[in-house]
Design a protein around this ligand. Sequence first.
Ligand code: ZN
Length: 545
Amino acid sequence: MHRLIAIVLAALATSSAASPPLPGPPPPAPPPRLLIVIGIDHLAADLFDEYRPHFTGGLARLARGTVFRNGYQAHATTETCPGYATMLTGAHPARTGIVSNRWFDFTVARSDKAIYCLEDERVAGSSYRNYTPSPVHLRVPTLGELLKMRSPQSLSVSVAGKDRAAIAMGGRGNDQRWFWKGRQFASDLTGARVPGAVSATNSVVAAQIASHQLPLDPPIHCAAKSRIFQVPGGKTVGNGRFARAGGDASAFRSSPAFDGATLALAAALVAELRLGSDTSPDILSIGISALDDTGHAFGPGGQEMCLHLMSLDRDLGDFFNYLDQQGVDYGVALTGDHGGLDIPERLRANGVAQGAWVDASLDSEAVGKAVAAKLRLEGRLLWGDPMGDIYVDHALAPAVRQRVIAEALAVYRAHPQVEAAFSAAELRRVALATTTPDRWTLAQRARASFDPARSGDIYVVLKQYVQPIAKPTSAVSTHGSAWDYDRRVPILFWRPAMRPTHRNEPISTVDIMPTLAAMLGVPVDAAPIDGKCLKRIEGIACPPR
Ligand code: ZN
């Protein structure tokens, strides 16, 4: 499937919208002319460590740069939207305002009160299910915005599978922004001409969707992971090979081939927009999204994740090789938006005895009913998932709300699967931590996810290795917790002449932005950030503090 890049570029070359070829290699300059930032959805540090010896393509190339194997999405709510929003803002969710994929706002007219992390709910017709994508909730600028303020000729382009990846990385500064919508790549930016790269990719992808896919052939180290597990509800996982019938767009969107399509579109946009071809540096953000589907659908511990990572490694290799052939002077940073937790059955088979499905009694509505019975109240009291932010009905009188919060805290704290529960009032009194993220307390992790206007009234942390899915359906595995299997992600920096460097010290994804800003010579004084420029990376000189 990694031939997609070649097919799209061939299609682009024959289309009338194609640009003339790029000029020859530019003379080497200290900052790269094109900075590429890649966020891979669900790329846990545990996965990178495990599969690193098997990478031979793009991930192997980046592993020969500067590798921080102990990167952290330091905050507690390790979801996609907050994770991507840390990468190019240098700020924790408490500062970006992107605290989770969804929050509740009791002032909006919609009945479910749910708000999508990157929507503009003021637009007529926008709803949680059918939202209007927008960066309006992002409270801080991205690196692309700062770069363009300093260098107006620079271009900032985002390409991703998920809209939230593209928008959270690009912010308000994108010249082009493309993400998957249903059956093709689309944009939320209006008025822009559709580049030939997008039409070419979409027509190649349409043909891919139409044709069926035979099962992928697992290399021996992936076949070694093939072991079938049955989860409650009857689904079996562990030996999948991504076969799919022709015409199934949603299966294509969740397959390794889709990540190849995202990279094909990125490569085609580099060619057409001539990114990195002049002295104003450009920034290209790429969100790799289908790997997350593999994590959710099968858990990260089986043959499926192995096959997907090997495919992604090849596709990234093709992508970088193409840029080399075009003589583009580029640098790369790569990280994950969160990690993941395997299914309890496989955790236990691998010796993690605490692996368990969350108890149905921790459903927020169920907890709300228990509280209502105790306090003799009517109606739904609590909104939220079995963990993370829990919201108490804002229509209640303040004194009643306080009693509900106190009683719900007691219910959560008494449950054997709950590690900790904090009230918003408690989190307000916690200072944002400044120590290394491996040493943060649970309260400090929750504080980094806390925004007074958007967070819940209660924050629930389940015990380690509790899978927060009460009834597994198509999704059998997830992430989002304050534990390190969800927080730890690799952080990689690469330039062509870099000496391979392996670093073990814990760093945070909020350090990526100030480090890349130093690489590009962009001052970050004007931006409210939490991260710091990482010292001793070859070719990057941090500004004096
Ligand atoms: Zn994600």
